[in-house]
Ligand binder design. Structure first.
Ligand SMILES: C[S@@+](CC[C@H](N)C(=O)[O-])C[C@H]1O[C@@H](n2cnc3c(N)ncnc32)[C@H](O)[C@@H]1O
Length: 222
């Protein structure tokens, strides 16, 4: 673990140990539950980065999704998860830094993860780029983002944001399928959350210049 990673890990572990985890609702959030309930293909590979206690992973696992990967930089919530869901494969509990993860997933579920980083442009661009890197070509990022004012107070992690701000970053690598105020937030978060489904952008190259066999104006979609 490098210095930065270990500082982040210690920061979050401390929050868990001191039970300062206002983000943790203690059960799978309704927007995720309803989204998961309509998924039909059970063998897709799903990543939950910055998963914390990962109630949505537990729910997915109970529903028969077996290729679920839970990632966190802190060992503490991973241990708690392993104790709570003993049958979940330990090999799918990943301790590490999201920014260093390699892999290729069909679906990434995000909750209070984007907003857990210090809100610099650099961090936010890196997050979006890495999300896109970790998805297969037709992969989706699905999540719930806080729709609350962003303050500069570093003790206010997770930080707020709004639709326009999130989109300004996400649209560099994703097409928006839906990004709306949640109609099904848990009571405590009513009116303060956005639900989004984002599809990784396809890279479209104009190959007509270098492939004469292609019709003029043809595009190849990679
Ligand atoms: C605000 S909490 C959210 C936890 C969970 N998603 C939830 O909504 O209950 C942020 C989580 O991200 C984890 N985290 C922060 N930075 C990370 C990183 N670079 N890589 C992996 N996990 C990270 C923290 O340890 C913490 O569990």
């Amino acid at each position: 673990m490098d210095q930065n990673q270990s500082e982040e890990s210690q920061y979050w572990t401390q929050r868990y140990v001191e039970n300062r985890m206002g983000w943790d609702i203690g059960y799978v959030a309704t927007p995720f539950k309803e989204y998961i309930d309509q998924l039909t293909i059970k063998n897709i590979e799903i990543l939950i980065p910055g998963a914390g206690n990962a109630y949505e992973a537990e729910y997915l696992f109970e529903k028969g999704f077996k290729n679920v990967f839970v990632l966190d930089i802190s060992q503490t919530p991973l241990d708690a998860f392993a104790e709570r869901v003993p049958d979940f494969p330990k090999s799918q509990l990943l301790l590490g830094d999201f920014f260093k993860l390699k892999g290729s997933y069909d679906l990434i579920l995000e909750q209070t993860f984007f907003c857990s980083f210090v809100p610099t442009t650099e961090n936010r661009e890196a997050y979006v780029k890495q999300m896109a890197n970790l998805l297969k070509l037709d992969g989706k990022l699905v999540g719930v983002w806080f729709d609350i004012p962003l303050t500069g107070d570093l003790e206010k992690r997770p930080f707020g944001g709004d639709k326009e701000l999130y989109l300004s970053y996400l649209q560099t690598h994703f097409d928006t399928t839906i990004f709306e105020r949640c109609y099904n937030s848990i009571p405590e978060r009513q009116g303060n959350e956005l639900f989004g489904i984002f599809k990784k952008n396809e890279i479209v190259l104009d190959m007509s210049c270098c492939h004469p066999e292609l019709d003029s104006g043809s595009h190849k979609t990679l």
